[in-house]
Structures are given as structure tokens and as C-alpha cells.
Ligand binder design. Structure first.
Ligand code: RFL
Ligand code: PHB
Length: 389
């Protein structure tokens, strides 16, 4: 097979890039290791920045997001029984959208299928050949049958555990990593959200987050030990622990019920440089990971897609490689700022195993400063709603 852009990974980055390129008449093929059902069963991000919303509009897949998503013009932050509001609309004139990554992925699959887009599922052993030459091609297998794709460019959208990043030789690749000494236990439950806005909670017992998907679907997280397994946590134990970590008046109104999903995610900050090697371009989690505290993972994947998409359009439409040549530098400049924000917000909100009472008082002092200082709130709001592309 032949295509212009071979895309490895059928998660949100790969699908969005493929759909945007299709709109500009640029051909692509998406290779996905799992089945579509498996990809659509992953519960992940929930908060979208303006830049991602604009890309979904440009890709022609924003109708359901506008109809069913919830614009949020601020967030709540609590510590102990204290709680305050950070008003994004007042400080930035911008809102974020609460709409699940699973739904975005479903909308993108629907659009790719309606356009007869080529997606191969259950691919194995994807190998990128000659990425640093003029003749790049991929080999892979589907149900034991060997296949080959010749292409102009490869977009590595295959997440943190994919093959794309590993293809870049070690003497070219630089990696920066911080692993946090805790995880997030997340549940989904068919109950009304405890509050109209998200609550990020710093408590003596550890972090908690109250989020949502719609009026009768809530998403809650609590900081947990990395040695925990979801099976260690009964629904009752989860709800009890959550109630102890949020302000008493919120705990009182929390509606509990059976959970329909329960999983643990480790927290990591990670960046690889450069994000381009010859004709291979890394996008999204393949190149960088943030702890989910700032809701930046999917949104940073979207800004990568934006830069790569425009670089590819310039290449095919104007014969200029300026955008592709600037891709790694531009994407990384924005990525590092999202890394800083996610690291800062994670450090502010979690309990660390080696934390001293002094460290805790520093967190409380910083939260009280954020509560009372307009400039600090503005800085937080600007980062949360998303820095410009
Ligand atoms: P994905 O979603 O990991 O998709 C990669 C796809 O590539 C496939 N793949 C391969 N295919 C072919 N060959 C191979 N060798 C392959 N190896 C892998 C995989 O099967 C998969 O389908 O990466 P992508 O597209 O870059 O998207 C990134 C986002 O998924 C991620 O950044 C966010 O989910 C992070 N995140 C959040 N981001 C936000 O912006 N806002 C949030 O509110 C938010 N909340 C979260 C999150 C991530 C979480 N977890 C579980 C890590 C909350 C959580 C709990
Ligand atoms: C979510 O709703 O899944 C969510 C929201 C905000 C975050 C992380 C995850 O910071």
C-alpha cells in the first residue's frame, strides 16, 4: 500500500491528525494495535482547552461536543474544609469544555468511517524503516499476514508504550522524566456530580478530584499508593475515603452508588527531545506525559497535532518545509510549559510520602496566597485554559 502520511496509533492524536489531513485532501492510513472497542473502552481525559475545541471544529467533528459537552468557566480548589473558586472567564475571557476523551474518539472514528478513511486494527510488529532517508516505509502484520506501507512521512501517535519513540536512535534522543510516588484511583459512577464545577482537593489524607461527564455520570479520583490494586478498593471504601478528603458540606451532598469503572493510573512527567527524526514526527503521549492534575495530556497532544498538521499542509500545498522543520522546536516550547504547570499543580495538591510538616505548611501557604491574590489566580487560569498555540 501507498499513502502520503502513515499514522501509527488510533487514539485521539492519530485520528484527529488523519481527519484534519483528509479535510485538506491529504491521504493517510492509521495503524492501531488494539480493536476499536478496546480503544473506546478506555476512560481518560475530560477537560478540553479552546485550541482542541477549535481543531475538532476544523475537523468537522464538534457537533456532539457542542450539544452534549459542558462549558466550565472556573474550578474549585479545596484544602481541608476551606474552598475557593478560580474564575477562568474573569481572568482570561475563556472557558474550558467538559467532554470525555472517549466521546471525542468515538466522534473521530465515526467521521473517519463516514469518509471511508483507512484504519487497520489489531496490527502487530510495526517497524519503521528508513525514517532518516528519503524512502521511508512501514512493515507490520495483521492476523499473521505481513504488510507494507510506503509513505512520505510517518506520524508516531502511538502513546507512551509505542514503537515510534524507540525508533529514534539513543544517540539522538534525550529523555527527561519524573516519576511520582503515588497513583490515582479513578471511578466512574452513574450518579449526579457533587458540584457543578470540578473540585481539586488537597487534604491531610491525600489528593482527591471530583469531575464529571454529564448530569448523571460522575468521575472521581483519589490519590492512592502505587502498590494498591483496584480490587483492594470496594465501592464503599472508595466513597468513604473520598468523603474524608473533600470539604464536609460537599461530602454531605455527595451522591454515591455502584461504580461502573475502577482503575489506577501512575503519575509521571516525561519529555523526549527532539520530536522529529528525519521523516518521523512524534505526537502526543508518544513524546510526552504529564501527571493528570492539570488536565493537560490530551490538550498537549492536540497542540502537537496542530503544528504537524499545518506543517504537512504547507509541504503539500505550498512546497515549503518551514513548518515541518520548525515542528519539534515549536511543539516542545509549548509542551515544557504544560509540563511545568502540571508538575506545579501536582506538587501543590498531593501528599508525598517523605513530606514534612513544614512542606505541608508551604502547600497551605501557597493555597492561601492563590486564594487571596488576583495575579496568582490569573496565572493559574491562563495555564489551565491553555496557553496560546
Ligand atoms: P493514546 O491515547 O495513548 O493513543 C495511542 C494509541 O496508539 C496505540 N498503539 C499502537 N498502535 C500501533 N502499533 C503500536 N506499536 C502501538 N502502540 C500503541 C494504542 O493502542 C493507542 O490506541 O495517545 P494519544 O493519542 O497521544 O492521546 C493522549 C491522551 O490519551 C492522554 O494524553 C490523555 O488521556 C491524558 N489525560 C488527560 N488529558 C487531558 O488533556 N485532560 C484530562 O482531563 C486528562 N485526564 C488523562 C486524564 C489520562 C489519564 N490516564 C489514565 C493516563 C486522566 C487519566 C486518568
Ligand atoms: C477527568 O474528568 O477525567 C479529569 C478532569 C480533570 C483532570 C483530570 C481528569 O485534571
Amino acid at each position: 500500500m501507498k499513502t502520503q502520511v502513515a499514522i501509527i496509533g488510533g487514539g485521539p492524536s492519530g485520528l484527529l491528525l488523519s481527519q484534519l489531513l483528509y479535510k485538506r485532501g491529504i491521504d493517510s492510513i492509521v495503524l492501531e494495535r488494539k480493536t476499536k472497542d478496546y480503544v473506546l473502552s478506555r476512560i481518560r481525559a475530560g477537560v478540553l482547552e479552546k485550541g482542541l475545541m477549535a481543531l475538532l471544529e476544523e475537523a468537522g467533528v464538534a457537533d456532539r461536543m457542542h450539544a452534549e459537552g459542558f462549558p466550565h468557566d472556573g474550578t474549585l480548589i479545596s484544602y481541608g474544609n476551606e474552598m475557593f473558586h478560580v474564575d477562568f472567564a474573569k481572568h482570561t475571557g475563556t472557558k474550558v469544555m467538559v467532554y470525555g476523551q472517549t466521546e471525542i474518539t468515538r466522534d473521530l472514528y465515526d467521521a473517519r468511517e463516514a469518509a471511508d478513511g483507512k484504519i487497520e486494527f489489531e496490527v502487530e510488529n510495526v517497524v519503521i524503516h528508513g525514517a532518516d532517508t528519503d524512502k521511508v516505509h512501514l512493515t507490520y502484520a495483521v492476523h499473521g499476514e505481513e504488510r507494507r506501507i510506503d509513505c512520505d512521512f510517518v506520524a508516531g501517535c502511538d502513546g507512551f508504550h509505542g514503537v515510534s519513540r524507540q525508533t529514534i536512535p539513543l544517540d539522538v534522543r534525550r529523555e527527561y522524566e519524573k516519576v511520582y510516588p503515588f497513583g490515582w484511583l479513578g471511578v466512574l459512577s452513574e450518579t449526579p456530580p457533587v458540584n457543578d464545577e470540578l473540585i481539586y482537593a488537597n487534604s491531610e489524607r491525600g489528593f482527591a478530584l471530583c469531575s464529571m461527564r454529564n448530569a448523571n455520570l460522575s468521575r472521581y479520583y483519589i490519590q492512592c499508593s502505587l502498590s494498591d490494586s483496584p480490587d483492594d478498593w470496594t465501592d464503599e471504601a472508595f466513597w468513604e475515603e473520598l468523603k474524608r478528603r473533600i470539604p464536609a458540606d460537599q461530602a454531605e451532598k455527595l451522591v454515591t452508588g455502584p461504580t461502573i469503572e475502577k482503575s489506577i493510573a501512575p503519575l509521571r512527567s516525561f519529555v523526549t527531545e527532539p520530536m522529529r527524526w528525519g521523516r518521523l514526527f512524534l505526537c502526543g503521549d508518544a513524546a510526552h506525559i504529564v501527571p493528570p492534575t492539570g488536565a493537560k495530556g490530551l490538550n498537549t497532544a492536540a497542540s502537537d497535532v496542530h503544528y504537524l498538521y499545518h506543517g504537512l499542509c504547507e509541504h503539500y500545498e505550498n512546497g515549503s518545509d518551514a513548518g515541518l522543520d520548525a515542528y519539534s522546536e515549536k511543539a516542545l516550547a509549548r509542551v515544557w510549559k504544560a509540563e511545568r504547570f502540571s508538575w506545579w499543580f501536582s506538587s501543590l495538591m498531593h501528599r508525598y510520602p517523605d513530606q514534612t510538616t513544614f512542606d505541608h505548611r508551604m502547600q497551605v501557604a501557597e493555597l492561601e496566597f492563590l486564594r487571596s491574590n488576583d495575579a496568582a489566580q490569573k496565572a493559574m487560569a491562563e495555564n489551565y485554559v491553555g496557553l496560546p498555540y
